[in-house]
Write a protein that binds this ligand. Sequence first.
Ligand code: LMG
Ligand code: NDP
Ligand code: PMR
Length: 397
Amino acid sequence: MATSLLSSALSIHKEGSLYWQGKSNVSLKDTSFLGVSLSDHRKSDFSKPILKTKISVGAIKSQAVATTPAINRAAPVVKKTLRKGCVVVTGASSGLGLASAKALADTGKWHVIMACRDFLKAERAAKSAGIPKENYTIMHLDLSSLDSVRQFVDNFRRSGRALDVLVCNAAVYLPTAREPTFTADGFELSVGTNHLGHFLLSRLLLEDLKQSDYPSKRLIIVGSITGNTNTLAGTVPPKANLGDMRGLQGGLNGLNSSPMIDGGNFDGAKAYKDSKVCNMLTMQEFHRRYHEDTEITFASLYPGCIATTGLFREHIPLFRLLFPPFQKYVTKGFVSEEESGKRLAQVVSDPSLTKSGVYWSWNKDAASFENQLSQEASDVEKARKVWEVSEKLVGLA
Ligand code: LMG
Ligand code: NDP
Ligand code: PMR
């Protein structure tokens, strides 16, 4: 009996560390203590055990990934194998989206719908990343067009797949633009793509998530430290600020309203940070409105500073050259694309990250913790207003 228990424990650990390889193999120097909320670094819970030590038979069972004979002997209920999950990841053609698609597809437990605006680029990216071809499908989605968002939802439904997890990851960042550019529907491009496109997508796909019979359904919206003014990174000018949202209410069209949410003059870096605040507020509003009834987990995260991604493609060459070493050696907030992909994959499927309404970050030991959002990014009234104004803009109300 003792031998059988021991062998089952060993197998569980083996499964756990195989499945959650990302968590157990991360390098300690990858994460920044500076990434931790300034006002809340005591709460940042460096003592939280990493998953490998936390994983329990129950946790394995809920994912039903383990079917080794040793585990079956110890816990016969585990026999029932969970079907492959289906996760939609927007902007999976590069950076964090691609890395998370790979991390998830490589486990063999997920089919990844890569929702991308450039089909060929996505196909090449998936191939060169070596994503197993039976574990992904590319579907066209251009978040800067509400028609395209609706069409994607139709196409997805026609595919007959269940939707178990949705990851709103795609984003654009236009720090050097002097003049605003606009989406097909006339919204300033950064907020239009990063927030409004995802807002419509997630509102429509909520119905599909509700219908899924998967045991842990999740809607994840990628946030960022730079939208949180309670951090050093968030105080680098220009700071995020939604103000009274008069620009958003006016439709961000730059004609009869400002292209900026707060009604100010166009600033691409600020528009990006504002869009991230909207992403984090939207996640919380979803949680308040739907978590209890649907049992869907709503979450956001700051995956670390992935200084090498395409996000900085519009920045000046000197910035692109200096930013990675600056983050690696000065702030120590740098993470590789691969590591960031494993982090997002945890938020998608880790059995211990089921809490809803949480903004996840990772501490210097690469363990996840519930981070504190800035005052604005956790403002209940602002969240409601962003929700209500956004639903008008995207034609839901
Ligand atoms: C706005 O500027 C832009 O206007 C906007 O267009 C958009 O890009 C936006 O958020 C994005 O930024 C905001 C920013 C500009 O303003 C400030 O941050 C105000 C403070 C300005 C201070 C300038 C100092 C410049 C030096 C930075 C290095 C400090 C680090 C400490 C050094 C310790 C050394 C041990 O700010 C900038 O544009 C600054 C440029 C930031 C680029 C980041 C790269 C910095 C390179 C630093 C060298 C890295 C070398 C690495 C090797 C390390 C070896 C140990
Ligand atoms: P990348 O530029 O590498 O990836 C962004 C993805 O979004 C690309 O696949 C891009 O497609 C896609 N995309 C852009 N516009 C659209 C659109 N209109 N429709 C559909 N897809 C679109 O950047 P990252 O991987 O760095 O960014 C991913 C997420 O991570 C973003 O939400 C960002 O805010 C967040 N983040 C990034 C950090 C970092 O340090 N890099 C830090 C914190 C958060 P295409 O390949 O065709 O251009
Ligand atoms: Mg920042 C203290 C740590 C820290 C962290 C974790 C980041 C993350 N940054 C930090 C500090 C600083 N940055 C400091 C001290 C400066 C002034 C030199 C600085 C500057 C800076 C610039 C100019 N940082 C930037 C930029 C960008 O253009 C990036 C940006 O704001 O995009 C919106 C950026 C970022 N810094 C980060 C992260 C994660 C970014 C990238 C983007 C994002 O939030 O998604």
